[in-house]
Ligand binder design. Structure first.
Ligand SMILES: Nc1nc2c(ncn2[C@@H]2O[C@H](COP(=O)(O)OP(=O)(O)O[C@H]3O[C@H](CO)[C@@H](O)[C@H](O)[C@@H]3O)[C@@H](O)[C@H]2O)c(=O)[nH]1
Ligand SMILES: [Mg+2]
Length: 192
């Protein structure tokens, strides 16, 4: 944080339950040099990581399907979302996190994920950056059912989908999650 055009006056915590919501009061210097007071709410859930598992020979990808409450509150009829495997970093570094998440959620033990991006998803409201990975998977890397952690009340269905079908599912709206579409389009440009 080193922008001379920004002077943070106060950060007030509004909610600190599972994650935290802050209200930031700051002055911002506009182009003509005058200072303008602004208030912004900022939701902090830490950073995350996500991964596209793909198989070049079979031309398939591994996706997950789970209930997402915030989407249910905003016009997602049954609240189910089809996404690439993803998780919050908690205290792990992105690489450790994504290997752990891939195993917990999909059942695949991945050796060497490749990092492709580090992106803000909703920079006007949420602090979160997501670290994007890809990795080749093979049938013999499947060591468990996956499905997520019961103690975290996760119930995740694992889908193996033909890559071309996954691309069609973007057009039909069946896949409507930004990180998933970003990785599928990365694959279309660079992998398949
Ligand atoms: N009690 C409680 N538990 C929560 C809450 N929010 C999340 N959890 C628990 O925390 C777990 C987080 O699971 P992860 O797999 O680590 O994260 P994720 O929900 O898949 O998040 C990933 O995808 C999101 C949506 O695209 C991303 O926003 C996020 O950064 C990450 O990549 C959830 O399964 C749930 O058990 C909450 O408000 N209260
Ligand atoms: Mg997850």
């Amino acid at each position: 944080m080193s922008n001379p055009k920004v002077k943070i006056k106060s950060i007030k915590n509004l909610s600190n339950n599972h994650y935290k919501l802050d209200k930031v009061d700051f002055d911002y210097q506009t182009k003509n040099g005058t200072w303008q007071n602004q208030i912004r709410e900022s939701y902090d859930r830490g950073d995350g990581a996500c991964i596209l598992l793909y198989n070049s020979a079979k031309k398939t990808v591994i996706l997950t399907k789970q209930f997402r409450m915030p989407s249910y509150l905003n016009e997602n009829e049954d609240g189910m979302m089809i996404e690439v495997c993803a998780g919050l970093l908690d205290k792990d570094d992105p690489l450790t996190c994504i290997k752990k998440e891939a195993e917990e959620e999909t059942g695949y033990k991945i050796n060497s994920p490749k990092k492709v991006f580090e992106l803000y998803s909703t920079p006007g409201a949420v602090t979160e950056k997501i670290h994007y990975f890809i990795a080749e998977y093979a049938d013999e890397m499947k060591i468990s059912e996956g499905g997520g952690l019961e103690e975290e009340t996760e119930e995740i269905e694992v889908l193996e989908v033909a890559f071309n079908k996954a691309l069609k599912m973007i057009l039909t709206g069946e896949i409507c999650d930004a990180k998933t579409i970003i990785l599928l389009q990365y694959a279309q440009l660079n992998l398949f």
